[in-house]
Design a protein around this ligand. Structure first.
Ligand code: AMP
Length: 227
């Protein structure tokens, strides 16, 4: 008997600061999916001072969305390296045009939507700290590093993002409302949207875990190979 192996293609959505980074990291560890974050990919390009990183830095610092065609080219290129793996995409798509472009190449099985009130997010983003090389996210309120200011795994210093200032957060939330919320509708109409509502990541996570266990526990999805 030949067993059927299906690669799992998931997207995680939610406003900036909704806990996507933290939940993605837990999903990656629990289910051995590859995790691709568009924001991390852009920040890595900025650090490496690539042409694209230098070109896009000021837009990102100001909380503006990157044009669809640039973003789509970048992400589809990254996804080509993950063809043989199940993956979780985080931060892309952020517009309906991006979602359509993604659909042109991949069949999305599930979209996890973290629905967190905007006021909670505004309070939260100012206490967010990041380990830039790995993309690990901490929050001094509910997910603090073991040693303040230092990454748990490497011991390297954590930073606050340039785009986590109050004015930029307001601009990013506005971009989310006008450009990204329609993507939720797009996926809802396709029947793949699963929404998790709450104000605390630690309370939302068990529901996400149970949901994905149901999806991936059937054994016909292939977890990411360890590379
Ligand atoms: P994030 O870390 O996902 O909050 O992304 C940080 C910034 O990168 C965003 O505020 C945008 O400027 C840019 N960015 C990330 N993903 C996208 C995307 N899919 N489309 C457009 N801009 C993006």
């Amino acid at each position: 008997m030949v067993s059927r192996v299906v690669l799992f293609r998931a997207v995680i959505m939610g406003p900036p600061g909704s806990g996507k980074g933290t939940v993605s990291d837990r999903i990656r560890k629990s289910f051995e999916l590859k995790h691709l974050s568009s924001g991390d990919t852009l920040r890595a390009n900025i650090i490496a001072k690539t042409d694209i990183g230098l070109l896009l830095k000021s837009s990102i610092d100001q909380g503006q969305l990157i044009p669809d065609d640039i973003m789509t080219r970048l992400i589809l290129l990254e996804l080509r390296n993950l063809e043989q793996n199940s993956w979780l995409l985080d931060g892309y798509p952020r517009t309906v045009r991006q979602a359509e472009a993604l659909d042109g190449t991949y069949n999305i099985d599930t979209v996890i939507n973290l629905n967190v009130p905007f006021q909670t997010i505004k309070d939260r983003l100012t206490s967010r700290w990041l380990h830039l090389p790995s993309g690990r996210v901490y929050n001094t309120d509910f997910n603090p590093p073991k040693i303040p200011g230092l990454d748990d795994v490497t011991g390297e210093p954590l930073i606050q993002r340039n785009d986590d200032t109050p004015e930029t957060v307001t601009r990013r939330l506005h971009a989310y409302k006008t450009q990204t919320e329609p993507v939720l509708e797009y996926y809802r109409s396709k029947g793949v949207l699963e929404t998790f509502s709450g104000t605390e990541t630690n309370k939302m996570w068990p529901h996400v875990h149970t949901f994905l266990s149901g999806k991936l526990g059937s054994g016909d999805h292939k977890a990411a190979g360890k590379v």
